[in-house]
Design a protein around this ligand. Sequence first.
Ligand code: 5BU
Length: 268
Amino acid sequence: SRSSLSYAQRAEEHRSPLVKKLFAIAERKKTNIVLSADLTTTNELLDIADRLGPYIAVLKTHIDIVSDFGTSTIDGLTQLAQRHDFLLFEDRKFIDIGNTVQKQYKGGALRIHDWAHIINASILAGEGIIQALDQTICDAGVSERGILILAEMTSKGSLAVGEYTRASVEIARKYPQSVLGFVSTKELSSHSPAASPNEDFVVFTTGVNLSSKGDALGQQYQTPTMAMAGGSDFLIAGRGIYAAADPVTAVKEYQKAGWDAYQQRIRS
Ligand code: 5BU
């Protein structure tokens, strides 16, 4: 199955230039860690991106929590992404009607399409939202842009389960140009009867923590080893890394745990 293949093998066979690049970064840097850099000032965000950049494949932002957001935020992130060889993922969770999300993605105050390689969207509003984002990506003619569908969420009582998750996979299959895969707790497509043999969705898993089981507001964690065993490809960790006493030591621990679990999986 797909989860026993190496990132290098998957890079070779994948049709998306962005996924090829993502897998190539993972191989080069020996990391499947996505840092959820939930810092609230430009200085703090750029500082953590610079210090931890060498150990991560992707930097995930919530750009709307940056209190002094501006051109220097975007320019800084873009330069650090080039210097340290990582991609930028804006965790914007688009959720509105197609016409609105096109405006939120392409323009607005945050100019997300200009700088974020990866975005995510929920299918609560139906297929039109993915159609709209796909259209923006295809029309722009920039190859390094892609969408992850939010097929599940990690918080307690999440309603993104069952039929909703199945519908996420079905919609993803209709937009192979722009949909890279999912944000989910585990691999999804092989559980679905219509999976074609060469389908290769990328699975990003949030709620990853080495030492905590959750927080006081409903977050629920799994370890890097559990997530990789479930077919995840990229592990998203925030407070477990950036809020540690020594974030560099912490990111190296997550990197090692994630990479060991990956190697275990492709060997078995
Ligand atoms: P933490 O500090 O590792 O708990 O941060 C988790 C991050 O992932 C945070 O930015 C959330 O907004 C994000 N997240 C999540 O926790 N759970 C989900 O299902 C999704 C995103 Br989708």
